[in-house]
Design a protein around this ligand. Structure first.
Ligand code: ZN
Length: 536
């Protein structure tokens, strides 16, 4: 089997499960690195796999002795000679680093990020850099577009990770689990040109522009709002206040589902004052990205989810029409929804109101796109998934991140109670400061203290509203770059998770699958033709 794999010039199809296990067993016996069976991938005279020994992992590249393939030059590692089934081979085992990840993305293209377009998408952020294999296990067979690299600039700075590291972890995770369906890489919550440059250079394919700092949530009374309207950056908006009034005031826009949105002067002024500067910023970011990316294709999302007041249907329609007028192309848009999307816990608000508003956002997205409605802070919002999945009919993108970190902590609570107690104690102490930039309402006084719990009660802490939020927003202090002057929690967490890898993957995969399944079931209804397009 090995020689036939090694004679394949094109990417060989994935091995059947039993064949993969058998070959992995043979290689483990001779090569010293036990392959993850699904990672075995042959192309151009070489066989690749992720190999494991103890808590170490390596990217292994193997070829017949004396027949070094040209691609070997794009990888580095330690070479050893062995024989498998009578065939003399060379195995090169190298670190899971940026150089080897870059080589993989060239030679095994399924490990490189790509565009996902308007397919229903699931964003699985991974703050520790270990969770992609679990995310693959969760999403396999569900038919959703997967975004395995997804990190906001804020998360990267808090965890001390670079855009390259985020992408590299996804690349290795995808290979480890043999995910060949492609995945997207979402540079989330980009606020500045510098954010865009850094993530574009690293190879991200999707850019979520967050113009939230330019959203004016308090237009004031009628006359104050009119003054602000006249003072908008009309040059950047490439229009005038008169022309904009002509385009909206007195008009009614008809949307799918018998919805109508009418504009009078105050509706327009309120929408334009709130989002006008954000539009100008988004258009500038989009044009900058288009210049930086050159011939590399990319996709854009605009997100205003982290702003104070909910986005109305009229405001959404205004934003989408104006972005289009400014020549921006995008695949998804994240409004600020009604209700509260707090970190790590279920939706807080009236589900009926959410349903009505979500339906309006979808109607706007169908009429002016179609593009996807993106749900940020999507972790643990179990009560809204069936509603969103049904109404969006595939035009939806759910983003999660912190919940995978919390499930990793659940695995730690089971495997290393003393370490988990330390994390919980530290998180409670850090919460008052770390909560600042997050939507949370936890009271740290309500979190059970580590001393009050028996070891077997520790995993249950992860089901506790207040504890989840406290643990969720303190990730940067726990795993960040700052050294708290003692054996670093980060290193010990990563070691514990490596030593208990299967339990970690299982905890994360089970939880993420619960998030994704409702969207896999709701995906059938997609019919892009429904966007009637007469407004383009
Ligand atoms: Zn967000």
């Amino acid at each position: 089997m090995l020689s036939s794999l090694l004679s394949s010039a094109q990417l060989a199809p994935p091995l059947e499960e039993a064949a993969g296990e058998a070959l992995a067993g043979e290689l483990a016996a001779t090569a010293g690195w036990r392959p993850y069976p699904r990672s075995l991938a042959a192309v151009a005279g070489a066989l690749f796999f992720i190999g494991r020994r103890g808590r170490e992992k390596r990217l292994c590249v193997l070829w017949p002795a004396g027949l070094e393939p040209a691609l070997a030059g794009d990888f580095h590692g330690e070479r050893t000679q062995a024989a498998v089934g009578g065939l003399p081979i060379v195995i090169q085992a190298g670190p899971l680093d940026h150089a080897n990840a870059s080589g993989l993305r060239v030679h095994l293209q399924f490990t490189a990020p790509r565009l996902v377009g308007t397919r229903a998408a699931f964003g699985a952020g991974d703050r520790l850099g270990l969770a992609t294999p679990a995310h693959v296990q969760a999403l396999r067979g569900l038919g959703l577009a997967a975004i395995f690299a997804q990190q906001s600039v804020r998360e990267m700075s808090r965890t001390g990770r670079t855009p390259e590291q985020v992408l590299d972890s996804a690349t290795f995770g995808v290979l480890e689990q043999g995910w060949r369906e492609g995945y997207g890489a979402d540079a989330d919550h980009l606020k500045t040109i510098e954010d865009a440059d850094a993530t574009a250079a690293a190879g991200f394919t999707m850019f979520t522009v967050d113009p939230g700092d330019h959203v004016d949530g308090v237009p004031g009374g009628e006359s104050a709002a009119r003054a602000k309207f006249e003072a908008l950056p009309w040059g950047e908006l490439e229009t005038t206040s008169e022309d904009m009034r002509r385009a909206y005031v007195g008009r009614t826009f008809r949307l799918p589902g018998d919805l109508q949105i009418g504009f009078d002067d105050s509706t327009l002024v309120a929408a334009a004052v709130k989002y006008g500067r954000a539009l100008a910023h988004t258009a500038a970011m989009y044009r900058h990205l288009a210049g930086v990316m050159g011939r590399r294709p990319f996709e854009l999302e605009m997100s205003v989810d982290e702003t104070d007041s909910p986005t109305t249907a009229a405001e959404h329609l205004f934003v989408a029409r104006e972005l289009r007028r400014l020549g921006v192309r995008w695949v998804s848009l994240a409004p600020r929804f009604v209700g509260r999307f707090e970190k790590g816990v279920d939706y807080l608000g009236d589900l009926g109101e959410f349903e009505r508003c979500f339906a309006e956002h979808v109607a706007v997205a169908r009429r002016l796109g179609p593009y996807k409605i993106s749900i940020h802070s999507g972790s643990d919002k179990f009560s809204i998934y069936p509603i969103a999945a049904r109404l969006a009919g595939g035009l939806v993108h759910l983003k999660t991140a912190g919940t995978s970190y919390l499930e990793a902590l659940r695995a730690v609570a089971r495997a290393a109670p003393a370490l988990f107690r330390e994390v919980l104690d530290f998180a409670i102490a850090r919460y008052p400061e770390d909560r600042a930039s997050y939507h949370v309402s936890a009271d740290p006084g309500e979190v059970p203290t580590p001393e009050s719990l028996a070891d077997d009660e520790l995993p249950g802490v992860l089901d506790h509203f207040h504890a989840r939020q406290v643990l969720h927003v303190t990730f940067g202090s726990v795993v960040g770059a700052e050294d708290a002057g003692r054996p670093r929690l980060r290193d010990r967490l990563l070691e514990t998770l490596a030593d208990n890898e299967e339990a970690h993957y299982e905890a994360v995969a089970k939880h993420i699958e619960r998030h994704a399944r409702p969207f896999a079931e709701g995906r059938e209804g997609l019919s892009p033709e429904e966007g009637d397009g007469d407004d383009r």
